[in-house]
Design a protein around this ligand. Sequence first.
Ligand code: SF4
Length: 493
Amino acid sequence: MPPAHPFDFDAWETDLGGDKPKEECGIFGVIGTADAANFVALGLHALQHRGQEAGGIVCHDPEQGFNSARRFGYVRDNFTKQSLMETLPGPLAIGHVRYSTAGSKGHTAIRDVQPFFGEFSMGGAAIAHNGNITNADALRKELIERGSIFQSSSDSECIIHLMARSLQRRVPERMMDALRRVEGAFSVVAMTRTKLIGVRDPLGVRPLVLGKIGEGWALSSETCALDIIGAEFVREVEPGEMVVIEDGEVKSLRPFQPARPRFCIFEHVYFSRPDSILNGQSVYTTRRQIGVELAREAPVEADIVCPVPDSGTPAAIGFSQESGIPYAMGIIRNQYMGRTFIEPTEQIRNMGVRLKLNVNRALIEGKRVILVDDSVVRGTTSRKIKEMILDAGAKEVHFRIASPPTAWPCFYGVDTPQREKLLAATMSEEEMRLHLAVDSLKFITLDGLYRAVGEAKGRDPNAPQYCDACFSGDYPVEPADQINKGFELKAAE
Ligand code: SF4
């Protein structure tokens, strides 16, 4: 189905983005600065790639108490308005940008927009969650049976209700109680009247970092959002760690049983911004190294290496450097796809991917072209891009993909299609090549990807160092709700 409006960027993103995993959510919090909500708005703006549907901020001011604002759309279109920001005073604030990985997927209701707020006997608390709770259905059922009244369809709201039921006196302890019942992937920022709290799940699937800004502190999904507010990156919140920040002091707690970390390897490939640092490594450098590994694993004779913009760019640079084949910007992305009111016509609707990407014909004509992309999910975009390249007169098209075949859905906070819709779930690499009708198609191997992220010996099959379930089918946390709905795990080999 074409989107309702031809220049509706979000609709096209959904249409074309069906061929890409969707980023999860971004979370940000600040304590100890004047007008913390302004910093949070800037931080969320830098995290916008992690969620574009909606955003929200909750803040606290000693005189005015808690305030909040939740809006659909981009941060820049909402949280830049003075009239709105004046309603969000105080030295403590948290925020969230959302892409709906759970709840009303693709149809966000304002009640689903985080942060969520709860008023407890000992005071209020707000939380913002990045990830996905894999036992949320069971928890919700249990909580409703015990009298909880849910306001949203979001899995994250379970945390607030579990906190409300805890018998602990203080918010951090209530939160520990709640999070010990939760399974899956979660990075959380939370706040009370006086505390900023950050938590990562025991496996540390989703990122969370700590920064220092003047006398204050910040928590963020990624380091790129610390940069925008001039905060210094201090360290990552460790897997299984809870940090409680109050009166300028950071207290570190360990509420969970220790576990072997399994950070999401796809953050390195695609989700995080290339100017962020993950696990002490520059995302850009890792992506370039993926291209180097790919060139070693899957060399091919060609005239130029072109990235599929933007996320294929660093890997294409690495491929070019390693192979010695010149790098060329053979595809140009239109950076200015905004909402413009033009009547849709069939002709415009059929332009599809051409609205976003255009081939640089002068570079492509008569050439053997290597296209480097970050992933192939359904294959629809890859096919369209290949057609554009051939239309521009390319002699050969060779796809090189900077991730292994995506054959399994993610249940940890990333929106991937159901398994049947994933090209790699039903086709071999050669079948995918024939389906895409390209001269060659190669994916980086899992070991190659692990080497690129710094694991010199590749993936340890007995104790994998990362979550790679969408490639391997090896789910580090059993997706209980999905299994109850009929999802079948990979059979033991
Ligand atoms: S399944 Fe894939 S996208 Fe999801 S957390 Fe694991 S590696 Fe990341």
